[in-house]
Design a protein around this ligand. Structure first.
Ligand code: URA
Length: 241
């Protein structure tokens, strides 16, 4: 990556440029927690990625299924579902929590202030929004942006699992506690999940956990740790190429 560009986006993220790229201040165990490996993906209910459906067509079909979803009460308050957006063949899948006000209006994930910071975070590791796929745990906005409830996640999770099955990403970036705990099927605190490599369900798809951009807007002093997480994700991605 060109140094100038990297520094530019780091500054945009609000990270002072004295932060070293190679900081190894936190131990990075590579062996995943046993506790975190127990989750099993449920079989696809609507689509089967293995039967020749291309990921783009499969995602379009799934998008229509999601748009008609009434499995939980959140459908009553939505303007529209927010399925996810980006490259259907992306190596990087970015997973957030749930749509907010602006996402509910626009139908696109991460378009508000947090989304703008996410875009800068991606740029800092030389990724454009269009080359990754961005999705959320929930496809409908919870009222007043409250935390997703377990039963809502329970209903919606199958859609994300199908997205993962169709996209077959090489790495998943879990943004924030809800995304991390859901993807890893754990109640472990985010502070203990970040800074190391996990795996999605029974696959070898690495999951890297970092702080949610909305949290980083409230707590900018944590951006340095988020930057370390992004660097870790890049190292892991590069080591698999
Ligand atoms: N926060 C999220 O987790 N997802 C969005 O799409 C927007 C804000």
């Amino acid at each position: 990556m060109e140094e100038q560009r990297r520094l530019y986006y780091l500054e945009k993220m609000g990270i002072q440029t004295w932060v070293t790229r190679t900081s190894q201040s936190e131990a990075i165990p590579t062996v995943p927690d046993q506790e975190l490996r127990s989750v099993q993906a449920t079989p696809l209910t609507h689509l089967d990625a293995s039967c020749g459906t291309s990921s783009a067509a499969g995602l379009d079909e799934l998008r229509n299924v999601v748009a008609a979803c009434t499995l939980c009460a959140l459908h009553q308050g939505r303007t529209q579902t927010v399925f996810g957006t980006g490259n259907p063949h992306a190596d990087w899948l970015v997973v957030g929590e749930a749509p907010g006000f602006e996402e509910d209006r626009s139908g696109e994930p991460f378009v508000g202030r947090a989304g703008q910071l996410l875009t800068k975070m991606l740029r800092a590791i030389n990724l454009a929004r269009e080359e990754v796929f961005i999705a959320n745990i929930l496809k409908c906005r919870p009222p007043d942006n409250r935390d997703p409830q377990p039963q809502e996640i329970g209903h919606c999770l199958s859609y994300l699992r199908q997205q993962i099955d169709l996209i077959q990403p090489k790495i998943i970036l879990a943004m924030g506690r809800i995304a991390a705990q859901t993807l890893l099927d754990t109640h472990t605190a985010i502070g203990r999940l970040r800074g190391r490599e996990h795996y999605y369900a029974d696959t070898r798809i690495p999951v890297i956990v970092t702080y949610h951009p909305a949290y980083l807007l409230r707590s900018p002093q944590q951006k340095r740790k988020a930057w370390e997480d992004l660097q870790l994700a890049v190292r892991i991605r590069e080591s698999c190429e």
